[in-house]
Write a protein that binds this ligand. Structure first.
Ligand SMILES: Nc1ncnc2c1ncn2[C@@H]1O[C@H](COP(=O)(O)OP(=O)(O)OP(=O)(O)O)[C@@H](O)[C@H]1O
Length: 288
């Protein structure tokens, strides 16, 4: 399914959560949706899921608006940080309701994962621990097999090994059944290897939308004597600079790693987590 945001704006009273953004997402792909607190990630996912109406502009899925449009929303599964299910429902009721809503539902996968994450089908959501409730959300997200599946920080309370298993199953399932997965997380180092494309939001704007491999190739740090590095970065996008003992390390965006090596610089890759911090930090962040 093709997702298109056109001049998308969402304001809450006088707060601008999404500020006139336009982009499109293709399938199948795993997107990492990144940004600092309050950048607009959740708002974007809620508009895409048809839970919120934009203030201006639109998000279209295959040319249609998701709001109040079951034909589209049954193709979209959004798993939030919490409160995904009514507290009085039993786990088995949650699965039944999801199986009725999503035409693509995979019951066998749901039960396999229930077993794997050791959830009891007969207990109510309100008696689940935080981690177990997150596991239930993850199970519904994976078993929905919805053509657009979104996970918005879905792992509150899940321990590291359960999170790891979630990432493994996500990749296995994606290989078997490719679709659009949008994954918002602050644990970037943990998951960034899964992302095929990275979207970075900042202050309601989309500031980076790039293929992850290309980003890894075109964003790097160069180190060397100050004057030499300054000359190299003069016409480049610089996201961070650090000087120490006559040596300068500069992180550049949209540059050519090989060419930098050929000019004799020490070149080092920049993890996506670090890039996001450089681009969005209030202290001297952003592209210069
Ligand atoms: N219901 C609401 N009422 C008023 N303001 C809101 C509401 N929901 C979000 N906002 C504001 O909109 C902006 C974007 O919030 P949003 O939750 O989309 O950000 P986010 O990137 O998901 O943040 P986080 O990483 O903290 O979850 C923030 O300034 C937030 O305070």
């Amino acid at each position: 399914m093709i997702i298109e945001a056109n001049n998308l704006t969402k304001t809450y009273k006088n707060k601008i959560a999404l500020n006139d953004i336009s982009f499109s997402l293709e399938e199948p792909k795993i997107y990492g949706l990144l940004g600092r607190n309050g950048a607009g990630k959740t708002t974007f996912m809620q508009v895409l899921a048809g839970l919120l109406l934009p203030t201006n502009g639109s998000v279209l899925v295959n040319g249609q608006t998701p709001f109040d449009n079951q034909k589209i929303t049954e193709s979209i599964c959004l798993i939030k940080e919490g409160d995904n299910f009514k507290k009085d429902l039993k786990v088995k009721n949650v699965l039944t309701i999801a199986s009725m809503f999503y035409p693509t539902w995979d019951n066998q996968l749901a039960f396999q994962l229930i077993d794997e994450f050791s959830l009891d089908l007969n207990v109510k959501v309100k008696t689940l621990s935080k981690g177990m409730e997150s596991a239930l959300g993850i199970i519904v997200g994976l078993a929905s097999k919805a053509p657009i599946t979104m996970f918005d920080e879905p792992y509150i309370g899940l321990d590291a090994s359960a999170r790891n298993r979630f990432y493994e199953v996500l990749v296995e399932q994606y290989q078997e059944h490719k679709r659009t997965i949008i994954f918002s997380t602050h644990l970037i180092d943990e998951v960034s290897l899964l992302f095929e494309e990275v979207l970075i939001f900042e202050g309601g704007k989309l500031i980076v939308k790039d293929d992850t491999d290309e980003l890894r190739e075109s964003c790097f740090s160069v180190s060397g004597p100050v004057a030499k590095v300054e000359a190299y970065i003069a016409n480049k996008k610089v996201v961070n600079k650090q000087e120490f003992a006559g040596m300068l390390t500069a992180t550049v965006l949209n540059a050519n790693k090989q060419a930098a090596r050929e000019q004799g610089f020490d070149v080092e890759g920049v993890p996506i987590q670090k890039l996001m911090i450089y681009l969005t930090s209030k202290q001297g962040g952003g592209v210069k």
